[in-house]
Design a protein around this ligand. Structure first.
Ligand code: ATP
Ligand code: MG
Length: 385
């Protein structure tokens, strides 16, 4: 059997990440990863083209070495910024002729929906089926191999993103010598962070990165709502830097080493020395002092997410909240959240060896999207058992 690998690329605000993986049972087996910290990206957007392109090249080089695989094609993920959501319907008619539904029928339907959605400033990045109907009967998730005589129809979700944002991300990846096979919005990717029961019951994924806090709500297996707020770990570091008059770089290091998101549990015994920005003598603080600042900002960010969800009419989250992204490396995030909501809370850290960092969740779930669409459209049906 020919080996088939998926490479996902995540151009994040602090680092570019790549994950090389393959389908394994119902999940993703990770073969290798690459990560490069860069100043070329901020707020999920390319700020310095050359820096970003070099970071992409370096990341792919690292992923090649760590996986032992040649990489020239990638799946690119886009953040949920400047993003619109629509619904579309389309139908294929068979005029009484018995037809076995295959991937090509599904692709034709989804492509027609994509082509009908034309805008000057926005581009469709992902079209995903909510449900199909064969001969106008009941709803099915995947109609392949079913027989139809009259029609196959689909109700699909569309995700559109700012065209310039997309074009420049794709150009940057192509200029790094890569081919972009497809682009998936994190709004579709995050469903793969949820377990089967969470995505059925209705679960929220929150990805707290550096400049962005992104979230999605999924219910009965489908995306219901997604959004993002322009805040993240960098704001926490900034607050620490301001509160204790210490350089950003110091605040960032200290946050990693002693940071705690839940004041009540943070230690007040360790002593942390903080150099001062104006050359004054170092000051001494405890992790509890740091937690005081960290908790305040993180709580505000989470409350803003809850407010937006509530405004969108999402008031009961039976499947619970799943939190991931680099900022959940902080201790105490679960305890803080549990203090704010009564729903079940889970911190998501990928379990795959070599990728056990919450900041890899977006890239790994991009691979899951790649596998999902390949199977839906019958591009390849590979199982590396
Ligand atoms: P974004 O998603 O916002 O575009 P990104 O994808 O680059 O950015 P991530 O890699 O998910 O973001 O997370 C980076 C953030 O996580 C940074 O703010 C960083 O300070 C924080 N972070 C990483 N490791 C730790 C740690 N051990 N303790 C505390 N914070 C951490
Ligand atoms: Mg990110």
């Amino acid at each position: 059997m020919k080996e088939h690998y998926y490479v996902a690329l995540d151009i994040g605000s602090t680092s570019v990440k790549a994950v090389v993986g393959e389908k394994f049972h119902d999940g993703v087996n990770v073969i290798g990863t690459g990560q490069t910290f860069t100043e070329g990206i901020s707020k999920g957007m390319i700020r310095d083209f050359e820096l970003a392109r070099n970071a992409i090249k370096d990341t792919i080089k690292k992923a090649k070495i760590s996986s032992g695989i040649e990489i020239d094609e990638v799946f690119l993920k886009m953040p949920i910024t400047d993003t619109d959501f629509r619904t579309g319907e389309e139908e294929l008619r068979f005029g009484g002729q018995s037809t076995e539904i295959n991937g090509e029928h599904i692709e034709e339907l989804l492509e027609t929906i994509r082509e009908k959605e034309m805008h000057s400033d926005k581009e469709v990045i992902t079209v995903f089926p909510n449900y199909f109907k064969v001969d106008d009967l009941h709803e099915v998730a995947d109609p392949k191999e079913m027989m139809a005589t009259q029609s196959l129809s689909v109700n699909a979700g569309l995700i559109l993103i700012n065209r310039s944002l997309l074009m420049n991300a794709v150009k940057c990846v192509e200029d790094a010598g890569l081919t972009v096979l497809d682009v998936y919005s994190d709004a579709v990717n995050y469903q793969h962070v949820l377990s089967e029961s969470e995505v059925e019951l209705g679960g929220v994924v929150i990805d707290i990165g550096a400049d962005l806090t992104q979230f999605g709500y999924y219910e009965r297996g489908a995306l219901k709502y997604a959004g993002s707020l322009p805040v993240g770990g960098n704001h926490i570091t900034n607050d620490l830097s301001e509160a204790f008059n210490t350089p950003f770089e110091v605040a960032e290091k200290v946050k990693h080493q002693y940071g705690h998101a839940f004041f009540d549990l943070a230690s007040d015994e360790d002593i942390v020395k903080l150099p001062q920005r104006d050359g004054e003598p170092d000051i001494e603080v405890t992790p509890k002092d740091l937690a005081d600042i960290i908790e305040l900002r993180l709580e505000e960010m989470l409350l803003d997410v809850f407010t937006e969800l509530q405004e969108a009419g999402i008031t009961r989250v039976s499947g619970g909240f799943v939190v991931t992204g680099g900022t959940v490396n902080l201790l105490g995030v679960k305890e803080l959240l549990q203090d704010l909501v009564s729903e079940k809370i889970r911190i998501h850290i990928p379990k795959q060896m070599g990728a056990r960092k919450p900041e890899y969740s977006s890239a790994i779930s991009t691979i899951s999207s790649g596998i999902m669409f390949d199977e839906l459209l019958e591009y390849v049906t590979i199982n590396n058992y």
